[in-house]
Design a protein around this ligand. Structure first.
Ligand SMILES: Nc1ncnc2c1ncn2[C@@H]1O[C@H](COP(=O)(O)OP(=O)(O)OP(=O)(O)O)[C@@H](O)[C@H]1O
Ligand SMILES: [Mg+2]
Length: 329
């Protein structure tokens, strides 16, 4: 095994559920202290991969080593090294915030003399200390998620797995949760392994793996991924966008598309390109703009799908509603 400071080594992992091959041979490393993002459309295999790394599922083939422990051979050591915040919440609604954490500390064998101090510490970190004696069923969705994060941190894990930690939460709560994640990384050097459907959250990651149909289709820093898309997006509005499109395609051998904003096309080094373009272009230019590609563009070009299409947005809403419904029962 390479010794390059990686805390997670994944080699050729596959996972089959009957006829479905959910994960099709993935290989990657996660560095110590890294904020690593796992992005992919619904059903891509993100949760399955996390579950394998957390020892909740056994891989069909391949190996994964976390904090020096093989996930299949040493599941207990792996579990002691990790914290989990699941896609589906798993708090006990009838217990208070404090009791939920107390129970978790027992399960994870947090030493008795440290237990009270740590519970207090994590509750303060997620600003739930004042509510510590209230039953969790009286909490809002955002508060529950914060409590889950507190619980994931209680035993000071080397690696924290966050599977869509902010799904369905309002923007303020999301940004709040991100403050905790950054603080944790800074203060404790915790490695964070995250899945999200929110591109603005993915921007926080040091590196991002994009997974589609059970395969990793790209793995790099957000900036390098954007560079690979094929440059900056230039949009030019002219007196005749149809004619301008043909002209651009002929002269520069670039693909261009017309929409209500004008004609858009991609070039490398857009800032250098614009002055000569404006000088030489035969049609009257009404406006011109340049933007760096977003992770959204990256995702679209690699998977052919928008990360938050109408359908997955609706599915998220249903998932949130279904969770709320199961919790009430
Ligand atoms: N326990 C299971 N039994 C059968 N099929 C499963 C099981 N768990 C996952 N799958 C299938 O494996 C594939 C990957 O699912 P997974 O939950 O890993 O996707 P995901 O990337 O986390 O998606 P989402 O963004 O919706 O959370 C899907 O086709 C799913 O239906
Ligand atoms: Mg999932």
């Amino acid at each position: 095994m390479s010794d390059n400071g990686a805390i997670i080594h994944v080699r050729e992992i596959t996972k089959r559920f009957g006829d479905v091959e959910a994960v099709k041979g993935i290989t990657f490393d996660v560095e110590k202290g890294e904020l690593f993002g796992f992005l992919g459309p619904n059903g891509a295999g993100k949760t399955t991969t996390i579950n394998i790394l957390c020892t909740l599922l056994k891989p069909t083939s391949g190996t994964a080593v976390l904090n020096g422990f093989d996930v299949t051979a040493k599941p207990n050591d792996v579990r002691r090294s990790i914290g989990l915040v699941f896609q589906d919440p798993s708090l006990d609604d009838r217990l208070t915030a404090w009791e939920n954490l107390q129970f978790h500390a027992l399960v994870y064998g947090v030493p008795t003399e440290e237990r009270l101090g740590r519970i207090e510490n994590v509750l303060k970190m997620v600003e739930l200390y004042e509510r510590r004696n209230d039953a969790v069923k009286t909490f809002s969705g955002g508060m529950k998620r914060r409590l889950e994060i507190a619980r994931g941190l209680l035993h000071y894990p080397k690696v924290l797995f966050l599977d869509e930690p902010t799904l369905g939460l309002d923007p303020q709560t999301r940004s709040h949760i991100w403050e905790y994640i950054h603080e944790l990384k800074k203060r404790e050097g915790t490695t964070v392994f995250l899945t999200t459907h929110y591109m603005d959250e993915a921007e926080n990651c040091g590196r991002i793996a994009i997974i589609d149909h059970g395969k990793i289709v790209a793995l790099d820093t957000p900036d390098n991924l954007k560079d690979k898309v094929g440059g900056d997006v230039i949009t030019v509005k002219t007196d005749d966008d149809g004619a301008a499109k043909r002209l651009i395609e002929e002269r520069y051998k670039l693909e261009a598309a017309v929409d209500p904003h004008g004609v858009s096309f991609k070039v490398k080094g857009g800032e250098e390109f614009i002055p000569s373009f404006v000088k030489d272009f035969e049609r009257k230019i009404l406006s011109i703009s340049l933007r760096r590609p977003t992770l959204e563009d990256v995702f679209l070009s690699l998977t052919g799908r928008a990360i938050r299409d109408e359908e997955s947005g609706a599915k998220d809403q249903m998932r949130v509603a279904a969770k709320a419904w199961t919790r009430r029962r």
